[in-house]
Design a protein around this ligand. Sequence first.
Ligand code: NAG
Ligand code: NAG
Ligand code: NAG
Ligand code: NAG
Ligand code: NAG
Ligand code: NAG
Length: 706
Amino acid sequence: KMLLLFLLGAATGRCLHDETQKSVSLLRPPFSQMAPDFRSSYLTLPNSLDPQPLRIQTYYIGEPISDGAWDPEGDVMRGRPRALTAVREATQQIQGVLAVPPVQGPLLLSRDPTQYCHAVWGDPDTPNYHRCSLLNPEYKGETCLGAKIPDAHLYGYTLWPEQGPPQLVQPDGPGVQNTDFLLYVRIVHTSRCHQEPSIIAYSACCQLDSEDRPLAGTIVYCAQHLVSPSLSHGDIVMATLHELFHILGFSGQLFKKWRDCPSGLNIRENCSTRQQVTRRDKWGQLLLTTPTVSHSLAKHLGVVGVSLGVPLEEEQGPSSSHWEARLLQGSIMAATFNGAQRTQLDSVTLAAFQDSGWYQVNHSAAEELLWGKGSGLEFGLVTTCGTSSSDFFCTGSGMGCHYLHLDKGSCSSDPTLEGCRMYKPLANRSECWKKENGLPAGTENPHGEIYHSQSRCFLANLTLQRLPGDKTNHPSQIPNLKEAKLTGRCYLHQCTQRGAYEVQVEGSPWVSCRPGKAIQIPGYHGLLYCPQGRLCQANEGNNSVTSLPVNLSTQDVLFKLSLGLAGPPGHTLQEEQKEELAEAVLQALVNRGGTGRCYFHSPSITTSLVFTVHMWKSPGCQGPSVAMLYKALTLTLQEKALEVYHGEASFTTEYIKLLVTWDHNPSTTQITLSVGLCLLLLILVGAIGIVAYQKQATRQVGPSAP
Ligand SMILES: *[C@@H]1O[C@H](CO)[C@@H](O)[C@H](O)[C@H]1NC(C)=O
Ligand SMILES: *[C@@H]1O[C@H](CO)[C@@H](O)[C@H](O)[C@H]1NC(C)=O
Ligand SMILES: *[C@@H]1O[C@H](CO)[C@@H](O)[C@H](O)[C@H]1NC(C)=O
Ligand SMILES: *[C@@H]1O[C@H](CO)[C@@H](O)[C@H](O)[C@H]1NC(C)=O
Ligand SMILES: *[C@@H]1O[C@H](CO)[C@@H](O)[C@H](O)[C@H]1NC(C)=O
Ligand SMILES: *[C@@H]1O[C@H](CO)[C@@H](O)[C@H](O)[C@H]1NC(C)=O
């Protein structure tokens, strides 16, 4: 019911949950049947339990050649350094936040017996009961979300005859030293990336340790985003951090495995599985109810002492892996991503890792979340957000300021807000901190706006008292002046002390802005409203900026080109033909345009034969501007339809079905992060206790009949 994904511009989308879930099985170590006392005595070895910064070891897994067809521009090659740098920065950041009792000795991952083994001995009276009696000849090794796990990282496996010594098929690998978590990285052009062009990356956790702490996972980057100018390096790092948090435990599939541990140095001692992690409140809202997150949210809302659950965004299916956007907008674990500078590593998210019982958390790494701060119990409810009682939500569709005051915004909604509205950054030129958004020198500036790295958005209706070339008019004679409506405007600000600041309007002196009050500016009619609790919140010295935004790379215009195709009568497009046909149409389009492939990204085709491709100029792309190419293409398509032969059929474009949309500036577009998901698999060892089997027979465990 909840659409989680936002395509660039087009609001259609779908959650990755089901697909990712299907493709991943979650394994636990083969010795999970070990006696509990053996385990705890192992874990209480002297000095072995002091938590140390989480050591994440990264492995880049190259793609097989056959996928090369989808990398015509070498995006994978070019994107690789960017992805690996982002992973390195994100894992370093996590080291400062999460600590675990270090894994002793090399880290080895488990093999899935249901994969390598076809049958086990089923007679409890025989010595090799439960052991593998027949190998699966199709076994190709272990994978994690498409990443092939090297044998060196895996335990070996053995075939057990009815009598006689076991036959070692593959010995244990050497494992990976000094590692608490193995992260596999893939960079791809998968169909998933093509179908959902807004997905930067997706991830899944694949293995757990005996205490259910995630041990290994994979992050998959969609290659086209790594080379796109629309995402800054900071955005990629933030997206990586988001995915890593999913696979380290912040996932709907893992919440129920969280441990309740008595506090103390030895964090894993005497832990029990949590009885209840989520519940629904009386309005049906899903809540995460563990104590530290509840306390952290209550503290954030300024209602300490109340035990709240933290609302989760409802996604498709029974699990939910993100905070509710109405309450925790801007959190790194909210479902929508609005760019790195509008995203915080908030204390509620860190509290979740504390509640997992697997980690010791450095809470001083938390960044302040401005959204909803001190707003009380009623904040963020669907029933209250429309009553204009909150500074964070708005009503109607007017113009104002995004709550961080870096951008102007228009009052609007999206599916994660469930009808609530907030000022969202505009499609273009909404950043007050970008000098280039300002008026060209010499133009009239009746509202005295200043665009500058230290400018912020203020609600105001200032108008110059004496307009240039207008020496006689008294203000009352100027039409419309009286009705000047409040709107978002960009003015310079400087912090004087914590929570206090001054503003400057073009040509005016610095004027002290008292938070929560409206002030007048010499030389201007109208008022300027000074936001409360938003600017100069960090303990900064004089003249420092509130938060220095990172430069986004220069933004090329984005087009989305959709072409309706006519196929042979009665022709139905098979699912597996889609990619090929999309590729064929794209090739024809490239030939027609007479340009490189580098303008075209994420081609896709629907079963109803609508071909869609995104157009922007990737760096290093030689040729005309996107706008010119688009113009030329639409003209030639009007003159002569595109004809594509595929299989035995011929397809023709229908000009009337040509659709071009301008996409938003991606820096202000919500870009969705996929859900990092882990699926519980009943592995053989777990299943055997509840499954009846025949004595004296071998039990089939593989997918196909012997
Ligand atoms: C905890 O976080 C703070 C702030 O990020 C950092 O300065 C500090 O080094 C971290 N502590 C540890 C033990 O990593
Ligand atoms: C763990 O439980 C054992 C037995 O119940 C108890 O003796 C020990 O003190 C507990 N340890 C901690 C850290 O609570
Ligand atoms: C900004 O967007 C508006 C529509 O939202 C459009 O009319 C205008 O031309 C755009 N300006 C630039 C510079 O892209
Ligand atoms: C500016 O807005 C305020 C509040 O809406 C209003 O009272 C005032 O008359 C406006 N001033 C001008 C000059 O439009
Ligand atoms: C900022 O400057 C003012 C006067 O210019 C001074 O009184 C105040 O102490 C300064 N604050 C800080 C944090 O340096
Ligand atoms: C941002 O861009 C401006 C102008 O392009 C440049 O002068 C400035 O150094 C850049 N800042 C950063 C942090 O890259």
